[in-house]
Design a protein around this ligand. Structure first.
Ligand code: 3PG
Length: 306
């Protein structure tokens, strides 16, 4: 089978080699299509592909229509909001993710971001310590749990909420269950977001929640920029000169925010949460194994468009 590794943001070379080895050993033909400049290049590159491995690359209805032989798309990572699931399902194309494989990298970045903001973006201005502060975790999945464990080890008090978990499951995961999302925001010195971008969550974190945070609080977003209502964020930052926002996904209004709020806001230049060689190897090789297994046995474990 012809498998395309389409990654605008490339995997580490060691991961690419591992992917090629796994797919090659199973008799598949691998082409690597990295750092492409435009979406139309991806559309043009998929003509022969029977399987595709992607990261945050956009597999739109147009990409799917341009790939008549396509049978499987594996998103090497967690979030699959970049894949048009309806268009894939309409063609019987299986879409999978590789849950958990890059979670530690994202969790480490969330912790690093808290410290970076607590220490005034590594400027000499007097900062604060995260020990003794309360961290609220919005969604206690693979990443949220790891963030919680690391934060506890650093002396933070950890609270969490997750619409898919019972309070006792949150307790079992080492955090204190919050009674409501409103309570979590209102009581967290640091709030780390780990929800996916879905029709229900897009724009769901806005003025009300952000402005309810305690004095000096920091909102940390290593999830998706779309979950933030950017106008609401801006209004909250305007009204509350003590609040801070750090994100791994630059908001559309980042330049304006940075100009207005200086060191109280920060966005990474490119999404980097999962950009470690370990995460690239874990997620990339898992994707290659999942494709190999699918073609060999029809295994659809991790399918997200069932
Ligand atoms: C994910 O959903 O797995 C993360 O956002 C990582 O995305 P990336 O593979 O584009 O870095």
């Amino acid at each position: 089978m012809k498998v395309l590794v389409a990654t605008q943001k490339p995997f580490a070379a060691v991961a690419v080699k591992g992917i090629k080895d796994i797919l090659g050993a199973a008799g598949h033909e691998v082409s690597v299509f990295e750092k492409y400049a435009a979406q139309e290049d991806l559309v043009a590159a998929v003509a022969d592909a029977e399987g595709i491995i992607i990261r945050s690359d956009k597999v739109t209805a147009e990409v799917i229509a341009a790939a008549p032989k396509l049978k499987i798309v594996v998103r090497a990572g967690a979030g699959f909001d970049n894949v048009d699931l309806a268009a894939a399902s309409a063609r019987g194309i299986v879409v999978m993710n590789t849950p958990g494989q890059n979670s530690n990298a994202v969790a480490e970045l969330a912790v690093a971001m808290m410290i970076f903001m607590a220490r005034t973006q590594f400027t000499p201005a007097t900062g604060s310590e995260i020990a003794g502060k309360t961290l609220g975790i919005q969604a206690f999945g693979n990443v949220g749990r790891l963030v919680g464990a690391k934060a506890k080890a650093l002396g933070m008090k950890v609270k969490a909420i997750d619409p898919f978990l019972k309070p006792e499951q949150i307790t079992d995961g080492g955090a204190e269950p919050a009674g409501s999302l409103e309570e979590l925001y209102a009581t967290s010195d640091y709030l780390s977001i780990h929800i996916p971008a879905t029709p229900q969550t897009i724009g769901s974190i806005g003025y009300e929640l952000i402005s309810s945070m305690p004095k000096g609080a920091t909102l940390v977003n290593t999830a998706r920029k779309e979950v933030i209502d950017e106008a609401g964020l801006e209004k909250a930052l305007e009204e509350r000169p003590d609040l801070k926002y750090i994100t791994d996904v630059a908001p559309d209004n980042y330049e304006a925010l940075r100009e207005k709020f200086g060191l109280r806001v920060f966005a990474t230049p490119k999404k980097m949460g999962a950009q470690t060689s370990e995460a690239n190897i874990n997620a990339g090789l898992a994707a290659a194994r999942q494709i190999t297994d699918f073609f060999a046995t029809g295994n659809t474990r991790f399918q997200v468009n069932k």
